[in-house]
Write a protein that binds this ligand. Structure first.
Ligand code: GDP
Length: 421
């Protein structure tokens, strides 16, 4: 990694449209996976009768290695272009991708939407675009993938572009902020070099479009917030919480507080990529050790912050939500599970305060009786167990959540204000 500016990039799109393959291709073309590793995976893939799937296979293997690997190595996939150091937020194809996309585990600055040329817009294409819009993803690069399967036909490409534009218009995503590129992740067309098969296309190739993404918003000067992903016991060190620094700086010697567990102490050591470091910054995945904290004192879902400016714990909070897919209607008293950063807590929607017109952002109705798919609303929420969460206006990284029920994401939202315990 260089000292270039950093970008968190989400790769979104319907299952099997080629997200993993595209990431494998990007890692490969930018020299982020050594050639011999690709070769090795290729051979393995061929042996297992998966010949030709080497890029997807590389991705699978990287994910597996990560799970197998040393516990505190939770780094995401990374690659660099001329302009940016990219981190692919979350592993494409990951079951909880949508949820993670919302809950900050993978806050993306910009996104690549993969749509297979032979399949067009599908349910997850819609869902991901909707979320990208709700969560304020800046720009979208639309990779119309698998062009090889439609003989690099311009009309097939244009058809998909029209479908995607319709979708973007539906969710009021400014199509000015979207670029469309015909690619084949599998064959490498228009990714790092211009394709010989798309003479009719004279726009940017993918790497160029990535280079031209707008720079991410400068990091906020918010205090330290580090949601805990896991807590390990490591011999010779002791209790090691791990997680990603979302905001602020974690220094050795700092006095920190974990909320809502409400314990604290002095940071003894901070480790990143298996090495001890004096401090960690936003985006860093770290393991650290705090004097006097035992394994049972803290848990996944706690947030670590400065002892003198500890993470907020909500008695109730007011939030703006958008309902994506609920089989019926949402009324007061509904208690689904909220996923915020690394926490999962059942929360009651105590009151439906206002229905919002999604187009204008203005109040459409005070105290509606119910809300349903496509509605945006301001609601008051009461966590059934202590939950650390922040107003998104103050600490956006800790201010959004997904609402899950019946195995799916039914709504997404942002915290407007927190009424602390
Ligand atoms: P994901 O579920 O979106 O991550 O999709 P994968 O990357 O796993 O790809 C799904 C299938 O499509 C795999 O069999 C890939 O080899 C194949 N695939 C991906 N990209 C392309 C492409 O550009 N052309 C062709 N022909 N197949 C592709």
């Amino acid at each position: 990694m260089s000292d270039e500016q950093h970008q968190n990039l989400a790769i979104i799109g319907h299952v099997d449209h080629g997200k993993s393959t595209l990431v494998g291709r990007l890692l490969y073309e930018t020299g982020s996976v050594p050639e011999h590793v690709i070769e090795q995976h290729k051979e393995e893939a061929e042996e297992k009768g998966k010949g030709g799937f080497e890029f997807a296979y590389v991705m699978d293997n990287l994910a597996e290695e990560r799970e197998r690997g040393v516990t505190i190595d939770i780094a995401h996939q990374e690659f660099s272009t001329d302009t940016y150091d990219f981190t692919i937020v979350d592993c494409p194809g990951h079951r909880d991708f949508v949820k993670n996309m919302i809950t900050g585990a993978s806050q993306a600055d910009n996104a690549v939407l993969v749509v297979a040329a032979d399949d067009g817009v599908q349910p997850q294409t819609q869902e991901h675009v909707f979320l990208a819009r709700t969560l304020g993803i800046g720009e979208l690069i639309v990779a119309v993938n698998k062009m090889d399967l439609v003989d690099y036909g311009e009309s097939e490409y244009k058809q998909v572009v029209e479908e995607v534009k319709d979708l973007l218009n539906q969710v009021r995503f400014d199509t000015e902020n979207a670029k469309f590129i015909p690619v084949s992740a599998f064959e490498g067309d228009n990714i790092a070099s211009e394709s010989e098969h798309t003479d009719w296309y004279d726009g940017e190739i993918l790497i160029e479009a990535l280079n031209e993404l707008p720079a991410p918003e400068p990091p906020t000067d918010a205090p330290l917030r580090l949601p805990i992903q896991d807590v390990y016991t490591i011999s010779g060190i002791g209790t090691v919480p791990v997680g990603r620094v979302e905001t602020g700086i974690l220094n050795t010697g700092d006095n920190v507080s974990f909320q809502p567990s409400d314990v604290g102490g002095e940071v003894k050591t901070v480790e990143m990529h298996h090495e001890e470091v004096p401090k960690a910054e936003p985006g860093d995945n770290v393991g650290f050790n705090v004097r006097g904290i035992g394994k049972d004192d803290i848990r996944r879902g706690d947030v670590c912050g400065p002892a003198d400016d500890p993470p907020s714990v909500a008695e109730t909070f007011q939030a703006q939500i958008v309902v994506m897919q609920h089989p019926s209607v949402i009324t007061e008293g509904y208690t689904p599970v909220f996923h915020a950063h690394t926490a999962q807590v059942a929360c009651t929607i105590e009151s439906l305060d206002q229905k919002i017109d999604p187009a204008s952002g203005e109040v459409a109705e005070e105290n509606p009786d119910f809300i349903q798919n496509g509605d945006a609303a301001v609601v008051t929420v009461r966590p059934q167990k202590p939950l650390s969460i922040e107003p998104s206006g103050e600490i956006p990284e800790l201010g959004s959540f997904a609402i899950r029920d019946m195995g799916q994401t039914i709504a997404a939202g942002k915290v407007l204000s927190v009424n602390e315990r």
